[in-house]
Design a protein. Structure first.
Length: 178
């Protein structure tokens, strides 16, 4: 990994022409444990099918931001539209750069990208043992709603004005899921 300090890393939009490089480099920099936490299963290799699911960036349905040190990608946060006004959010940071604030920077930049794209809600699925990601969500998105579902924690992050609108149904559903 290139010698680089946190202040010289940049986070920016991933262009289509560089999505292969970003996905390949970040995947290669993840340990088996990090891959398990990211993909919720023991993923040993970037198979053609997984690569086809991760690489396409079109700027509308699939968008991403990456953290860079020079020409080397250190992490990625992807947004994939799942419906009108909603999208899935997923992030990964290479092991050598974890716990340095890059995940927070990536997720925050991805939220800005989502808001500019007119997305009003992000959602994601986190394994309960992924304490670092759960803490990132708790501290970065205090209004995020969470519930357990089939061995994962489902997270819903309202964006824009929706972030400040919590209905009685939201409160009731949150209480029922505890």
């Amino acid at each position: 990994m290139t010698a680089c300090i946190e202040k010289s890393t940049i986070v920016r939009f991933v262009e289509r022409c560089e999505s292969d490089l970003v996905v390949d480099t970040v995947f290669a920099g993840l340990s088996p444990r990090s891959r398990f936490l990211r993909f919720h299963s023991p993923v040993r290799a970037l198979t053609p099918a997984l690569r086809r699911a991760l690489v396409p960036i079109d700027g509308e349905r699939r968008m991403a931001v990456a953290a860079w040190c020079g020409d080397e990608p250190l992490g990625i946060a992807r947004i994939t539209r799942t419906g009108p006004g909603s999208a899935d959010l997923a992030a990964a940071v290479v092991d050598a750069w974890q716990r340095r604030g890059l995940g927070r920077r990536l997720v925050t930049a991805a939220v800005g990208l989502a808001e500019r794209a007119g997305i009003g809600e992000l959602h994601g699925s986190v394994l309960p043992e992924n304490r670092a990601m759960l803490e990132l969500v708790r501290t970065t998105f205090p209004l995020a709603l969470r519930h357990h579902d089939d061995g994962t924690i489902q997270i819903r992050i309202p964006l824009g004005s929706a972030a400040w609108t919590i209905t009685e149904e939201d409160v009731y559903a949150s209480l029922l899921r505890r």
